[in-house]
Design a protein. Structure first.
Length: 228
């Protein structure tokens, strides 16, 4: 599970980011000002630090300088200040990237995921992330909301095929030919049995696998309400 520090003096933004990221399986530590952010960085190891620029006690720039002395984790700035000199000031203080407010939570999350994966040394080509589900094709591991779940090799292949074809209706026949092979001679209802196993393992994320009556299945990424 990735762990981030998010510092912003606006309660609504903190709450929105906390709800969105935790729903995606990320552990989030919150700080209301730059001083709290530095203290949190002194006592925890984070995969990413996200700082608002304009904060009380210590502004984001000074907090960034101090945190950079404590940690090599990537630091991302959020700010309503979007002039060139503002961006340059952020980078010179030790930040790795900069997002100008307002921003969609989905964009912040995707950028954060990429920064954390690079920091952790995870190869993006071998990773599939959709909603709260993460598949590591290199290690044949599946995470549901950050928690590793146990799947057989065949169930992993089936889930990978569904996620890789997100929002596409897949008939049982197509699933059998792609996952079990064209020479499979068993009953196509074997797909239903394996879907039940996968859904049980995924817990709350099981709702992403939709049944298409008289046809087969479709994977849809669960939607999270976004706030700005």
């Amino acid at each position: 599970m990735f762990k981030i520090l998010f510092a912003d003096d606006e309660a609504k933004i903190r709450e929105a980011v906390y709800d969105y990221f935790t729903a995606k399986g990320v552990e989030v530590f919150l700080a209301e000002d730059g001083g709290q952010a530095v203290e949190a960085a002194e006592n925890n190891d984070f995969d990413l630090v996200i700082l608002d620029v304009m904060m009380p006690v210590l502004n984001g720039l000074e907090a960034c300088r101090r945190i950079r002395k404590l940690s090599k984790a990537p630091i991302l700035f959020l700010s309503a200040l979007g002039e060139e000199r503002d961006l340059l000031g952020g980078y010179s203080s030790g930040a790795d990237d900069y997002i100008v407010k307002p921003f969609p939570l989905s964009v912040l999350f995707e950028k954060s995921q990429r920064m954390m994966r690079r920091y952790r040394g995870v190869n993006d080509e071998n990773l599939i992330i959709s909603g709260g589900i993460t598949l590591d094709k290199n290690r044949f591991k599946v995470l549901s909301d950050g928690e590793e779940i146990t799947l057989s090799s065949k169930d992993f292949q089936l889930l990978e095929y569904l996620v890789s074809n997100k929002n596409i209706v897949l008939s049982r026949h197509i699933i059998l030919s792609r996952v079990w092979g064209y020479d499979f001679e068993g009953d196509d209802r074997v797909v239903d049995t394996h879907i039940k196993i996968i859904r049980k393992a995924l817990g709350e994320n099981a709702t992403a696998i939709k049944t298409v009556v008289n046809v087969g299945y479709k994977f849809e990424e669960a939607e999270v309400n976004e706030q700005k």
